[in-house]
Design a protein around this ligand. Structure first.
Ligand code: MTE
Ligand code: MOS
Length: 779
């Protein structure tokens, strides 16, 4: 593959294909699609109790309301009552028992949303309540395990901890997080002939949505088409949960034989959908006087909610990133998953990695305070090595390690050392407002850890007029995937992007796809698009001599000299022997050339042996670092991010503008997780803050005034599409530096001689409590 070196952010990078439409408000989301003839609106009847036995569901009164077309309960499901993506433990509609508040019990289709909503309130539920399990501690107490424990181990962690000069230990908590995509969950299901069903679904995973719809309807997947043009944000929240809406809408559409639209209101969406998994982790770390980590043990306890969903894969990613950027010779990572009576928790940007990373970064922060050393010196001496100390706890070699390089770069560009002195000076002269500064590294493994998911397809058509249509299996959710695929398609074929159109993702065009997730959307689909283009180029090149020789009588053209570049096909040895792409395509068509190709790609050489906890689960790693400086008001707990510096290794970026947007977006979303986003349940398991007035996501005013974002230069990555690297999730955990900076500010109260007790998120309230504990702490 040719090296493409492109260092600077160019103002000529093509802009996001929806940018103008978003600004004008003309983007067509599913709810903007015009109503279909006879279309019905749907609503749900959900459980008001967190755990209980359903004694009766009375729908009589609701059925009588004029405009109600049908009500469906578990008994009316023609196929399997299942929506679990991996394990079959998530019923489509509650049957016999309910397991969380908000679990769907019945579905209603009516002429209008208001009628459906009103009818839902008339369905009488008799549920005998049982005592719910609402916290990880309660789940552990009742041994409410989801799946058996998982383990990754190397060396002799206990023996070495025993003989270490210093050992620190603790329990670390990180909270859940609501996705807060702007477009709430939605599906429009349109019945066709016989059993056919077409779903316009807001899904990150059309093939799985198709499979779940087929399963609940009891039909083959070949009867179901799922189409998705774009999502108004997803962040993992539509990786599995969009299946639910599609299954529910399809059941109603199949029964009524009418199109059915089901969309959730914001409050309903926030109340009934799953969140980021909260983690409670018990850790011990052993080290010497210099801060060399000799042994680390950690037990992750993840709150799964009531069903499996992707919890095991999320736990696995947390475990595979437990050591973050550090070589730890003796290590044991245990993963437990616990069932609680809350909505089943789901994928969320980072997919467990941030939860795993936060535990060790907090431990290192504590080590530094304990040893009275600069935390970055400790980080640096423990970084993975380049030639040795470079194997992960699961046995894989950490390749193309750019940690030391990025560290040196960011320490310099962020002026970390001089600014830290200023922070200390500031703290010496200010009593009620303190500042803090911190750096963290991020190492992020790229690939689905479930190896078979690392495959993708594409379908490319060249029409006789020279216009090109590209279909791929990935989903555009704001991250710019379609633009990147457009750029890849144009560059690989040798034509301009104006010639190409990307069509909505559709399961009948590209089948058996994986979710657009694990940040691998452009890696996988990009390679599949390239594969399709390679096939087409071969065909173009074989017919080219005939076409060119006809156009230029007397010239001899050899297939190996044919080049496609700048929208023309020419002989590289005699450049005047050239034909424009349009003319060429019409001639190729007349000469009966197959101008359509299905591309395919699967990531080579990845595997993971779960029982043994060893393997090579990732195609490659991305690296990034961030430095955050915060100002904390000790009286109100208000945190202000003063400045952040972010360096990300995006390989040879396909679109640096898009990638910088991902770095900023990921970081700011991470900021929400570590500071303001706090999910509160009451004693009955009811979500108390299900709307934006009580749940605070970061806004533009939370973005620091000084935000320096840099993509690493000369970072070409071998064996990926055009030398690029994935960038969707890795920037998220960079926000943990802001959280560590808050700790630093609080620790300055006692001149860094006592350890602040702080969890994620460090909300205003938590900060005030931590300040209070610090004021009471002995030095
Ligand atoms: N960016 C935007 N604007 N909207 C999103 O929903 N999802 C994130 C990330 N960036 C998301 C986003 C998540 S969770 C993932 S896994 C990746 O994008 C998925 O897209 P990719 O694989 O093409 O990077
Ligand atoms: Mo992203 S959490 O892998 O959808």
């Amino acid at each position: 593959m040719k090296k493409q070196l492109k260092h600077t952010i160019s103002h000529h990078d093509p802009v996001h294909d929806s940018a103008i439409k978003h600004v004008q408000g003309t983007t067509v989301y599913i709810d903007d699609m015009p109503a279909q003839t006879g279309e019905l609106q749907a609503w749900l009847v959900t459980s008001p109790v967190a755990k209980g036995k359903i004694k009766s569901i009375e729908t009589g009164e609701a059925q009588m309301i004029p405009g109600v077309h049908c009500i469906i309960t578990a008994r009316e499901i023609p196929g399997g009552n299942q929506m679990g993506p991996v394990f079959h433990d998530e019923p489509c509609l509650a049957d016999g028992h309910v397991h969380c508040i908000g679990q769907a019990i019945a579905l209603i289709a009516a002429d209008t949303f208001e009628i459906a909503h009103h009818a839902a309130s008339l369905v009488k539920l008799d549920i005998e309540p049982e005592t719910p399990i609402l916290t990880i501690d309660e789940a552990i107490q009742h041994n409410s395990r989801l799946q058996p424990e998982r383990r990754i181990e190397r060396g002799d962690p206990d023996g070495v901890l025993h003989s270490c000069k210093h050992v620190l230990h603790g329990q670390f908590h990180s909270g859940g997080q609501e996705h807060w995509y702007l477009e709430t969950q939605i599906c429009l299901a349109v019945p066709g002939e016989n059993d056919e069903m077409t779903c316009y679904s807001g899904t990150q995973h059309p093939s799985e949505t198709q499979a779940v719809v087929a399963e609940v309807l009891g039909i083959g997947r070949n009867q179901v088409v799922v189409e998705t043009r774009r999502l108004g944000g997803a962040f993992g929240g539509k990786e599995t949960q969009a299946n639910h809406l599609a299954a529910w809408a399809s059941l109603l559409a199949a029964k009524t034989r009418k199109p059915v639209r089901l969309r959730l209101t914001r409050d309903m969406d926030q109340s009934i959908t799953g969140k980021r998994h909260r983690f409670q982790s018990d850790w011990k770390i052993g080290f010497d006087d210099d801060g060399h980590i000799q042994s680390y043990t950690v037990i992750f306890n993840a709150d799964a909610g009531y069903a499996s969903d992707l919890t095991m894969a999320i736990l696995e990613r947390a475990m595979l990133h437990a050591e973050n950027a550090y070589f730890i010779p003796n290590i044991r990572i245990i993963g437990n998953t616990w069932k609680t009576n809350l909505p089943s928790n789901v994928a969320f940007r980072g997919f467990g990695q941030p939860q795993g990373l936060a535990v060790i970064e907090n431990a290192i922060d504590m080590m530094a305070r304990f040893l009275n050393k600069e935390p970055n010196d400790i980080r640096k001496i423990n970084f993975y090595g380049i030639h040795d100390r470079n194997t992960a706890p699961y046995g894989a070699t950490i390749k193309e390690n750019r940690l030391a390089l990025i560290h040196e770069k960011i320490i310099h560009s962020s002026e970390y050392i001089s600014r830290k002195k200023l922070v200390d000076d500031f703290n010496n002269f200010n009593h009620d407002v303190k500042r803090g500064i911190a750096l963290i590294p991020v190492k992020f493994g790229i690939s689905f850890t479930t190896a078979f998911l690392n495959q993708a397809g594409a379908l490319v058509h060249i029409y006789a007029d020279g216009s090109v249509q590209v279909n791929h299996g990935g989903i555009e959710m704001g991250q710019g995937l379609n633009l990147k695929m457009l750029q890849v398609a144009a560059a690989e074929l040798g034509v301009s992007i104006e010639r190409i159109k990307i069509t909505p993702t559709n399961t009948s065009k590209v089948p058996n796809t994986s979710a657009t997730a694990a940040s691998s959307g452009s890696d996988l689909n990009g390679m599949a698009v390239k594969n399709a283009m390679d096939q087409l180029k071969t065909r173009i090149k074989s017919i080219a001599p005939e076409i060119l020789e006809e156009l230029f009588p007397g010239k001899k053209v050899l297939p190996e000299n044919v080049v496609i570049e700048n929208d023309s096909i020419f002989d590289s040895t005699q450049k005047e022997v050239c034909c424009g792409f349009e003319e060429f395509c019409s001639k190729a068509y007349l000469k009966q050339t197959h101008l359509s190709a299905a591309g395919y790609y699967r990531t080579p050489d990845i595997w993971f042996d779960r029982p043994k906890g060893v393997g090579k689960p990732f195609h490659y790693y991305t690296y990034g670092m961030s430095v955050s400086e915060v100002e904390v008001n000790l009286l109100t707990g208000r945190v202000k991010l003063v400045r952040a510096d972010l360096v990300e290794d995006a390989g040879d970026s396909i679109n640096p503008m898009i990638d910088k947007g991902q770095v900023i977006g990921g970081f700011v979303q991470g900021l929400g997780w570590v500071t303001t986003e706090d999910i509160k349940w009451n004693k009955e398991g009811k979500l108390l803050n299900a709307s934006p007035d009580t749940y605070k996501i970061p806004t533009i005013s939370d973005v620091p005034v000084e935000l320096n974002v840099e993509l690493l230069e000369n970072a070409y990555n071998d064996n990926t599409i055009r030398g690029s690297k994935a960038v969707g999730e890795p920037p998220f955990p960079m926000a943990v530096s802001a959280w560590l900076a808050i700790k630093y500010a609080i620790a300055s109260i006692k001149n860094h001689k006592a350890e602040p007790m702080l969890s994620i998120p460090a909300t205003n309230e938590e900060v005030v409590l931590a300040v209070q504990r610090m004021n009471e702490a002995a030095e």
